[in-house]
Design a protein around this ligand. Structure first.
Ligand code: MN
Length: 300
C-alpha cells in the first residue's frame, strides 16, 4: 500500500473531497481531508454510499498530492514539513517548489473535470466514482450557472451522468445544492467559515467566505450579525479585509458583505457599497469574479 496521501483544501468542498477520493482510488493512494465535510459533500457521499475520508489536520512528514488548490494559505497545516509530489487543480498557480513535481492544471470549472477527462477509461468502469465526479462538477459550476463553467464541464458531466445512471442532471444538481442552501438557524461563524479561503494580495491578508442560497433574504435578515462577525474576524486575525459572498443561485447574483476599506471595494467592483455590503448582479464565482478584482484593487 502506497503511503501517498491525496488531500484537498482547508474548508473542504464537494470538488476537493470527491477529487481526492477518486484520484486516490485511481492511483492506489489514500485520500484524506484537512477539515470536516460540509453538508453538501456529506449528502453526496451518503447518496453514493462512499465513506468520508479520514481527517488529517497536520500533514508534517507525509507525502502529499494536492487536489483542487495550490494557494499556500489553503494547504493543510504542516505541509511545509511534508513532501508535495504532485498538484491537480483548476485554480491559478501561486505555488513555488524547490524540486520538480508533477503539475496538472486546466482552466475548467472543477478539478473533477480534469480527472474525468484524463482518466475517462478508468471512470467508465467505476459508476460510483463517476457519480462523485459528476457531483463535484455540478457543485463547483453551480449547476453550470457559474461563469467558470466551460463547454468541457458540460460535456464531461453528460458522460459522467450516463455512467452513474443519473437521468436528470439539472434535478440532481438542485438536490446537491439544496443540502446546504439555507443558513436558517445556523451560527453565523459556521455559515461564514464553511467555505472560507485565505489569500495573500500583495502582502495583505484577505479572507473570502461564500455561501450559496436559494433565497438571499436569509442573508438580509441577518445582515447586522454578518457584519459584526466580519469586523470581529478582521480585528482578531490580522486581516486587511474580510469578505462574505452570499450567492443567490436562483437570482444569479451575490450580496458582498465586507469588513475593511469601502474605497477598496468600490475600486474593485466599480460600485459604491451601501453601508457594509453591495449587491452584484451576475456575480457567482469567488475565483473568477471576486478574488481577481480585489487583488487588483489591493496591488495597483
Ligand atoms: Mn474546485
Amino acid at each position: 500500500m502506497s503511503d501517498v496521501i491525496v488531500i484537498g483544501h482547508k474548508a473542504p468542498d464537494t470538488d476537493t473531497v470527491c477529487s481526492a477520493i477518486v484520484y486516490a482510488a485511481i492511483k492506489g493512494y489514500k485520500a484524506a481531508t484537512p477539515g470536516e465535510l460540509n453538508e453538501e459533500t456529506a449528502w453526496v457521499l451518503n447518496y453514493f454510499k462512499v465513506p468520508a475520508p479520514p481527517l488529517l489536520q497536520n500533514a508534517a512528514g507525509k507525502k502529499l498530492v494536492l487536489v483542487d488548490h495550490n494557494e499556500p494559505a489553503q494547504v493543510v497545516d504542516g505541509a511545509d514539513q511534508a513532501e508535495i509530489i504532485e498538484i491537480v487543480d483548476h485554480h491559478k498557480m501561486n505555488f513555488v517548489c524547490n524540486t520538480p513535481i508533477y503539475v496538472h492544471v486546466e482552466p475548467v470549472g472543477s478539478t473533477a473535470t480534469v480527472l474525468a477527462k484524463k482518466y475517462a477509461d478508468w471512470v467508465k468502469n467505476n459508476p460510483t466514482y463517476a457519480g462523485l465526479l459528476l457531483s463535484a462538477v455540478l457543485s463547483d459550476t453551480v449547476i453550470f450557472k457559474s461563469p467558470t463553467t466551460t463547454d468541457e464541464d458540460k460535456k464531461v458531466a453528460a458522460d459522467l451522468a450516463k455512467i452513474a445512471g443519473i437521468s436528470d442532471i439539472q434535478a440532481f444538481g438542485i438536490d446537491i445544492k439544496k443540502a446546504k442552501a439555507s443558513i436558517k438557524g445556523k451560527p453565523i461563524a459556521d455559515v461564514i467559515h464553511v467555505d472560507f479561503k485565505d489569500f495573500d494580495f500583495g502582502g495583505k491578508k484577505v479572507g473570502i467566505g461564500q455561501t450559496e442560497l436559494i433565497d438571499i433574504n436569509e442573508c438580509y435578515d441577518r445582515a447586522g450579525e454578518i457584519s459584526s462577525y466580519l469586523n470581529e474576524l478582521k480585528a482578531g486575525k490580522g486581516y486587511a479585509m474580510v469578505v462574505f459572498i452570499g450567492t443567490d443561485i436562483i437570482k444569479e447574483g451575490s450580496e458582498l458583505y465586507f469588513a475593511g476599506d469601502a474605497a477598496v471595494m468600490e475600486k474593485a467592483f466599480g460600485k459604491k457599497p451601501e453601508g457594509a455590503s453591495m449587491w452584484l448582479d451576475g456575480v457567482m464565482s469567488r475565483k473568477k469574479q471576486v478574488a481577481p478584482p480585489l487583488e487588483k484593487a489591493f496591488t495597483s
